[in-house]
Design a protein around this ligand. Structure first.
Ligand code: BGC
Length: 710
């Protein structure tokens, strides 16, 4: 296919259509007569959609084939449609939500999961995944934290790269999103304003997008938010300036859903003509769902506001992607059954991911449970539901999910497993005395109780910001009553975000955070509870003590008046007068069924020459009675620099698997590149002076050694 020659032949109207993406419902019609209905509602004619470039929100592969067939019958230039879909944590086999995957501290694992999703995409008609979502998040009120891998730039960047590599194991294009800084929405309110210094933007928010692009991401989706006064889709400084000119990205830029139209709501465009103009000037290629390119691109070119080269360049990017994916040779390329969807191997990967992402928050010694128990109670709204797969689950089906009760039943075939709901999981769920009584009775009669509580999948994801991060009083009442009835109770916590659950933690003997663990969540939970594996997840996002602390994150800056004692009200220090500054659980936190002891840190040299390396090492010993895996974390603090530096930043981590009594020396190489940051002139370099290297079990560790960059 000679793309340049094809573009020569296309009319401006056809080019505008090629740059437009519509919902598949507009195209999924059998005859021209059928499509006049929805089209006339949009003020469109049949001709205006005959050359549409791409679509989203389709369902079965048979629909994909039919839509493509219909389209090719009417497209004057026979250009196949691109099918794009939100494949966020799996396609049909669903693995844990991205935030949970962050807790696994394992880029290799998310790569394996993304590769699995890609294998399902290529038999379900998907050409492009709207993933990875690499927005850095610090505010648990924002429901989309579930789609992110957490609050740390280093971890997110590794995960961004790994996901791109995973998807690219198949013929699937990758669209990284949402560019940029969508995760910093003020007050955690979805779509809200982002106003941010260039240092913060470049230091913390941009690197993960860049990492995805360096790994070969094919597309970029712009975000909904204002970034320093200009919505991303119209933000020339961001898209043309940073993404295109500075980073050299020449792939497709797509808007987020109807965000061209939203320029008018933001008040930076008076009409659709201006929306289309601003988007084209920012080098936006595809308009998702709204129709300003279709309506105004011709007029913009004819009036000389934009030139044909700009339009041609955008069309070329789209056609090059279609060519790269092989659509010109075979428009049905990703619709051939390969029998991978929900296969045994995929379920095993989903199970492994759910095991490795679970975080043990508390354990008074109840866990692991003995598998000689004969009578087990599974109580709570998540006891026997498939609604543990999480938000944005693509083609994942709650009916395919293994529930907690089912997971326990298939693991302990000789045990009786009884279920009581106790209370619902809705925000205002009240205790129903009959249900509570039944739950308490069951708890009393059982040897162990698994109390499965939390937030439903629909409480996280897009448009699910919250003012209150606690669980309902109904769930709390249930916990109190069940613990009073049976001390051998473990809370199995399901959630798409960090929660303010101190009151639950205080009275629960053990708490295992499963997040929204996907299709094999119940299998994983059972194997963890009954000690087939020891939990090894570490929090990728701080858990606030109180919602008033949000946003809360470990790599904060000091104030000039830091609070020195977190328990005492101290006047004129940077603190709250009615509560702690500390998180409930810090970033990197997570227990195991065994215990690990860290030795003092050793440095190969306490002077680091620019361009050289030193080794930071620590001995980690398993001093408990069981085998376990520890994620050893390295943080660095720059003590004095030309601009303030955070109290510490994650710079490396290593997993060690240790048998009881076993120890291992863990080494990290530290070089000057790891010490670089943006100064006031937005120049990135390392500055000479003193640093601290912290190595420990979480971001609160006080185990450190000092060195100097000379
Ligand atoms: C979301 C995107 C998503 C798009 C298409 C938007 O509302 O913000 O993340 O990719 O819809 O479904």
């Amino acid at each position: 296919m000679d793309i340049k020659e094809l573009i020569e032949r296309m009319t401006i109207e056809e080019k505008a259509e090629q740059l437009t993406q519509v919902n598949s419902s507009l195209l999924n019609k059998k005859s021209i007569a059928d499509i006049t209905g929805p089209l006339s509602g949009l003020g469109l004619t049949f001709n205006q959609i005959s050359g549409i470039g791409s679509t989203l929100n389709f369902s079965r592969v048979s629909d994909v084939i039919e839509i493509q067939e219909n389209h090719l019958k009417i497209d004057q230039n026979s250009i196949p449609l691109l099918f794009m879909q939100d494949v966020i944590h799996g396609c049909c086999t669903v693995y844990p939500i991205p935030l949970a995957m962050g807790a696994a501290f394992s880029p290799e694992l998310i790569k394996e999961c993304a590769a699995m999703a890609a294998r399902e995409c290529v038999e379900n008609g998907i050409n492009v995944v709207f993933s990875p979502m690499v927005d850095m998040v610090r505010d648990a009120r924002w429901g989309r934290v579930a789609e992110s891998t957490g609050e740390d730039v280093y971890l997110n960047s590794l995960y961004a790269k790994a996901q791109v590599e995973g998807y690219h194991t198949q013929n699937v294009a990758v669209c990284v999103k949402h560019f940029a800084a969508y995760g910093a929405a003020e007050a955690g309110r979805d779509y809200n304003t982002v106003d941010m210094s260039e240092i913060t933007l470049r230091e913390y928010y941009l690197p993960a997008y860049k990492a995805a692009l360096d790994a070969g991401a094919d597309m970029v989706m712009t975000s909904f938010n204002l970034l320093n006064g200009v919505p991303a889709a119209a933000n020339k400084k961001l898209v043309k300036g940073i993404l295109r000119d500075e980073w050299g990205f020449d792939g497709v830029v797509i808007s987020d859903y109807a965000s061209f139209d939203e320029m008018m709501v933001h008040g930076i465009a008076e009409n659709g003509f201006e929306c289309a103009y601003k988007a084209m000037e920012a080098t936006g290629d595809i308009e998702m769902v709204s129709l300003n390119y279709i309506r105004y691109l011709k007029e913009l070119v004819e009036s000389g506001k934009i030139n044909m080269e700009q339009v041609n360049k955008a069309v070329e990017r789209v056609l090059v992607l279609k060519q790269k994916l092989g659509l010109f040779d075979d428009p049905y390329i990703n619709t051939k059954p390969k029998k991978k969807t929900l296969c045994k191997e995929h379920r095993a990967i989903a199970e492994k991911a759910a095991v490795k992402s679970a975080v043990l928050l508390k354990n008074d010694g109840v866990l692991p449970l003995s598998d000689s128990f004969k009578k087990i109670a599974v109580i709570g709204p998540f006891a026997d539901t498939g609604d543990i797969i999480g938000a944005w689950h693509c083609y994942g089906n709650t009916n395919d999910a293994i529930t907690v009760a089912a997971g326990i039943r298939s693991l302990l075939t000789a045990a009786e497993v009884h279920v009581e709901e106790g209370v619902g999981f809705e925000i205002g769920a009240q205790v129903d005395s009959k249900k509570l009584k039944a739950a308490v009775k069951l708890a009393k009669e059982s040897e162990a109780v698994i109390l499965a509580i939390g937030e439903p999948s629909s409480d996280s994801g897009e448009g699910t910001s919250k003012l209150n991060l606690d669980l309902s009083d109904g769930q709390y009442e249930l916990l109190k009553a069940v613990v009073a009835a049976n001390k051998n109770t473990t809370v199995l916590l399901f959630s798409g975000r960090p929660l303010t659950i101190k009151r639950f933690i205080d009275i629960a003997p053990a708490v295992l955070l499963m997040w929204h663990p996907g299709t094999e969540g119940g299998t994983a939970a059972a194997k963890l509870l009954f000690g087939r594996y020891s939990p090894e997840g570490k929090l990728p996002m701080s858990f606030p003590m109180s919602v008033g602390q949000c946003p809360i994150y470990y790599n904060r800056y000091n104030t000039g008046r830091p609070r020195t004692n977190n328990d005492i009200r101290s006047p004129y220090t940077s603190s709250y007068i009615d509560g702690s500054n500390l998180s409930l659980f810090p970033f990197g936190y997570g227990l195991s069924y065994t215990q690990f002891q860290y030795s003092e840190i050793k440095l190969s040299n306490n002077r680091l020459n620019d361009g050289d390396k030193i080794t930071v090492s620590v001995k980690v010993k398993n001093v408990g009675k069981r085998s376990g895996v520890e994620t050893v974390q390295l943080y660095i603090q720059d003590l004095v620099a030309s601009v303030a530096r955070p109290l510490r930043g994650l710079k490396g981590f290593k997993k060690v698997s240790l048998a009881p009594g076993e120890s291992q020396t863990v080494e990290f190489a530290v070089d000057s590149e790891m010490l670089e940051f943006y100064n006031e002139d937005i120049i990135k370099s390392a500055e000479k002076g003193k640093f601290r290297a912290f190595v420990g079990t979480d971001s609160d560790t006080q185990n450190y050694a000092e060195f100097e960059l000379v």
